[in-house]
Structures are given as structure tokens and as C-alpha cells.
Design a protein around this ligand. Structure first.
Ligand code: SAH
Ligand code: SF4
Ligand code: F3S
Length: 479
């Protein structure tokens, strides 16, 4: 990114707007980084480790944008001068992973006392977590949350100026701070936030508590950001939100998600549009129509079902039933026969019976997903489901999980078979790490394809004949 910070150098007080204020602190941080690297006679290095979903991955790109602008060199090695964990708390496992890695970081820090450690992201929005870190992981230097991540430079500057742990967590926000630096992981594709937060309160889910209420960005800001990305070489974008189908409802001039898609479609030079995630309760006919007629929207819809049992769906507060979901899936497939449907499924929700579970298997069989993420229910403190009776014993859940996984894999493998022999467009994403002389890319429907080719293809769209299907991916050859 080419941003000139010099106008902020020597400024006495920060500007009053949020964006300006942060650039002011970036300029201050840059002075300190430059001084320290002068003393050490080498660049300072920073490592950002991301846990969780696409939303967090995008947030990390924003952290990296700021770090680069203030003079850090980015590394993947945690033996760095500054290590940041952008955390996730959607399931207990995500938390355990962070605590485990913190133990390892403390050993690195013992050998390098100048090292800084920051924790941010969803897990930090939980009071119990922050208290635990304050008490048992006192070597951590900075803790901030999801709502004030834009303040990263300002928080870092406070830490440079003090010797104690800085904790800055906001309970919620209605702010959206635009135009801060961001450094993309891939030159040719990018995530774009269209909304933040979630208002759905599915009874098992902690996301609404840690990401706050739904806030949509204006279509103008979104389109401008995408235009800039395209000018910078991006051909594929992924519009991000916890429930993109409710995009725009809280804007001063409400705009539907389908309408936003038609505006994005018009951007010259943009080749592919993806989005994540769609809630089945408010996926509109208008959206199906727009997708069907679009040349750019990818032939993929991730439509989390969570459970096939209407009784469980009610307890989950999903606001649709089995019948509604199946009809919706049929409607989508009728409009776009080549679409790939994928889903998320939770096994072992409190009170789930064998019959309920068989309803889930039934949906999997009827919808014929191209792939499905299957999760074991994880109890999240503070959510309604955590205090429900009838939590399911581990062995029962494990058995259901294994049976579900087998079903999902068998169907996915069969679904992948359907395009063998066809030639389809692939966006080449990277050099294949296993097979020398091969590259790896993605079809419009999201499936991975490996084929012979070299690095010069990365970022381009090429036609590839799909020679054979191997479960979740294809081996192919360029036409
Ligand atoms: N907003 C998205 C999902 C975000 S979380 C949606 O509603 O579709 C991603 C997935 O994690 C969810 O779809 C759900 O399947 C899973 N998940 C969320 N909370 C969970 C919990 N407590 N235990 C197990 N899986 C959970
Ligand atoms: Fe969680 Fe439900 Fe919101 Fe998705 S829609 S983030 S599952 S509460
Ligand atoms: Fe995890 Fe937060 Fe995403 S809890 S799944 S990183 S929104």
C-alpha cells in the first residue's frame, strides 16, 4: 500500500475523526519502530497468527496493513519481535488451541524479553477469558477485541509508552471505520466485509455476543473498495458477513443483498463474486434470480442447515424447518442445475435424539451436498443452549458424528464425479506443495483442481479439463 504518513509527522494532537486519528498514531508508532530497528541494526519482525473464520482472516489483513505501514517486516515465524494472535471462540477447541500456544510463546519470550505479545479477536470479547489471561498469562502485553480492532495503532502506541499490560475491550459498537490500510494475502483475490455482527442468536452460538449487533456498510463504500481492489489486480472477491441475506436492512436507505450483488456485478474487470454466509431463513427469490442471471457470481452456495430435524431447528432458534430448507434447496437447484451446495451441520445439540439425527442424515441424502462441514456441538457459556437439559453423552455424539461424516463423504465423492470429462474455468491460486510441476486452483463452484502448470499461471483464469475426481478434488489438464 502506498500511504504517505509524513503529513502526520510532528502533528501535536490527533485529528478528531477516527481514521485520521489512527493514521496519526501509525506515524508515531513508525518513529518508534524505526528507532528500535536502528538500535538493533535490523528490521523489526511481526507475526500474525489467525484462528477462526474468513472474517478473522480479513481482520488479520488489516492488522498486517498497519504493521507494514509502521515499519514491521511480516514473518510467519513466531520467534519475532511482535506476535499477535487473532483468536476465535466459536467452539471450545478454538480456545484450547490458543491457551496451548500461549504456553509455547511464553518460552520464546523468556529468551527474548523485548518481544511483544498481543491477543485480539472474538475470544477476547469474553470477560472470563480476559480475567484468566490477566491472572495466568501476565506476560501478554496487549489485549483488544473485535469492535476496536481499528484502534490497533493507538493501542500499540500506548503499550510502547507504558510497561504494563494494555487491555482495551469494547462491549459493542455502532461504528464502522473506513479507509484504514490493509495488506492482502493473495494479490488476485480478496475478502470484502459488507456487514459486521449478527442479530440471529442461534441458541448454540456465541458469535452475536462477541461480534455485536448487525451493521451494514454502505453500498457506495463497498463498491469503491472493490473498484480499488480490481485496479490493484484482484479478479475474485468474497463478500463477507455472518448472514449476508440480511445485508442492508439497517441502512438509512435499505438495500437488499441481491441489489448489492447487481451493483458489484457491474464493476469492470472483476471476474468472480463469492459470498459467505447465507442463512436459509431469509434467502430471497430475488437473490436466486440475480444469481441465475449473473455472469460473475460463482456457482456455489454455502447454506448451513445445522440440523435436519424441525424439532431441533426450533430449539436452535434457526427460524426455518426441514420442509422449508428442502424446498429452498430444490428451488435453487432448479434455477441453477450446475450449482454446488455446501453446508454446516452440528451433531449432538442438547436433546437431539436418534430420530432427530436420522432427519439430518435424510436432509444430507436429499440435498446431495458437494461438501459439508460437520461439527460436534460445543457448549458455549452464556448461550441459551448451554443451560438446556439433556446434553448428549460424548460416546453417542461421536458415533453419530462418524456415521454422518461417512454419509457426507460418500455423497461428496459422488457429486464431484458429475463434472469429470468436462472443461471448466479455474482460477489458479498457488503452486502445488505436494506435486512438483503442478498448480492448484478453484472452479466457480469452489472445488479444488490440481493440474500441471507453473507459477506464472497464478492469478489467472484458465480452462482445465477435469480428468478424474478424487473425493473432494479433481486432477486435470489445461486445454
Ligand atoms: N453465520 C454463519 C455461521 C458462523 S459459525 C451461519 O449462520 O451460517 C460457523 C459454523 O460453526 C456454524 O454454521 C455452526 O455449524 C458452527 N457452530 C457455531 N456454534 C457452534 C457450537 N456451539 N458448537 C458447534 N458448532 C458450532
Ligand atoms: Fe451464529 Fe446463527 Fe449468527 Fe450464524 S446466524 S453467526 S450460527 S448466531
Ligand atoms: Fe470464530 Fe469469531 Fe469467526 S468466533 S468463527 S472468528 S466470528
Amino acid at each position: 500500500m502506498n500511504i504517505d504518513l509524513s503529513i502526520y509527522d510532528g502533528m501535536q494532537n490527533p485529528p478528531s475523526d477516527d481514521t485520521g486519528r489512527q493514521y496519526y498514531y501509525m506515524a508515531k508508532c513508525r518513529e518508534i519502530v524505526s528507532e528500535k530497528s536502528g538500535e538493533l541494526n535490523r528490521p523489526l519482525r511481526a507475526c500474525v497468527n489467525t484462528f477462526g473464520c474468513q472474517m478473522n482472516a480479513r481482520d488479520s489483513e488489516k492488522l498486517i496493513g498497519i504493521l507494514e505501514l509502521i515499519g514491521y517486516e511480516i514473518t510467519e515465524d513466531e520467534h519475532a519481535d511482535f506476535v499477535i494472535y487473532n483468536t476465535c471462540t466459536v467452539r471450545e477447541n478454538a480456545n484450547l488451541k490458543v491457551y496451548g500456544r500461549l504456553g509455547y510463546l511464553s518460552n520464546i519470550k523468556k529468551k527474548n524479553p523485548h518481544m511483544l505479545i498481543a491477543l485480539c479477536g472474538c475470544m477476547m470479547q469474553e470477560e472470563v477469558v480476559v480475567n484468566k489471561i490477566r491472572k495466568s498469562y501476565s506476560f501478554v502485553d496487549m489485549i483488544f477485541g473485535t469492535h476496536n480492532i481499528f484502534k490497533f495503532a493507538e493501542i500499540l502506541y500506548s503499550r510502547y509508552m507504558s510497561d504494563s499490560m494494555i487491555i482495551d475491550i469494547w462491549k459493542d459498537t455502532d461504528k464502522i471505520v473506513e479507509d484504514l490500510p490493509v495488506e492482502r494475502k493473495y494479490p488476485f483475490k480478496s475478502g470484502v466485509n459488507i456487514m459486521f455482527g449478527c442479530n440471529n442468536f442461534c441458541s448454540y452460538c456465541i458469535v452475536p455476543y462477541v461480534r455485536g449487533r448487525e451493521r451494514s456498510r454502505s453500498p457506495k463504500d463497498i463498491v469503491e473498495e472493490i473498484k480499488k481492489l480490481v485496479d490493484d489486480g484482484v479478479v475474485e472477491i468474497m463478500l463477507l458477513g455472518q448472514n449476508v441475506n440480511s445485508y442492508g436492512k439497517n441502512l438509512k436507505e435499505p438495500v437488499t443483498f441481491a441489489k448489492l450483488l447487481t451493483m458489484v456485478e457491474e464493476i469492470d474487470g472483476l471476474k468472480r463474486i463469492r459470498f459467505m454466509t447465507s442463512h436459509p431463513k431469509d434467502l430471497s427469490d430475488e437473490l436466486i434470480e440475480v444469481m441465475k442471471n449473473s455472469k460473475k457470481i460463482c456457482r456455489h452456495l454455502h447454506l448451513p442447515v445445522q440440523s435436519g430435524s424441525s424439532r431441533v431447528l426450533k430449539m436452535m432458534n434457526r427460524k426455518y424447518d426441514k420442509d422449508h430448507y428442502l424446498k429452498l434447496a430444490d428451488k435453487i437447484k432448479a434455477a441453477m442445475p450446475d450449482i454446488s451446495l455446501t453446508t454446516d451441520i452440528i451433531v449432538g445439540f442438547p436433546g437431539e435424539t436418534e430420530e432427530d439425527f436420522l432427519e439430518t442424515i435424510d436432509v444430507v441424502k436429499k440435498v446431495q451436498y458437494d461438501s459439508a462441514y460437520t461439527f460436534i456441538y460445543s457448549k458455549r457459556t452464556g448461550t441459551p443452549a448451554a443451560s438446556m437439559d439433556n446434553q448428549i453423552p460424548k460416546e453417542v455424539v461421536k458415533d453419530r458424528f462418524d456415521r454422518l461424516l461417512k454419509e457426507v463423504q460418500t455423497i461428496a465423492a459422488k457429486q464431484t464425479e458429475r463434472f469429470v470429462g468436462k472443461t471448466m474455468e479455474v482460477l489458479v491460486e498457488e503452486k502445488n506443495s505436494q506435486l512438483a510441476g503442478y498448480v492448484t486452483g478453484k472452479l466457480s463452484n469452489g472445488t479444488t483442481v490440481h493440474f500441471p502448470g507453473d507459477e506464472t499461471l497464478i492469478g489467472s483464469l484458465v480452462n482445465v479439463k477435469l480428468l478424474n475426481a478424487k473425493g473432494f478434488y479433481y486432477m486435470g489438464e489445461m486445454e
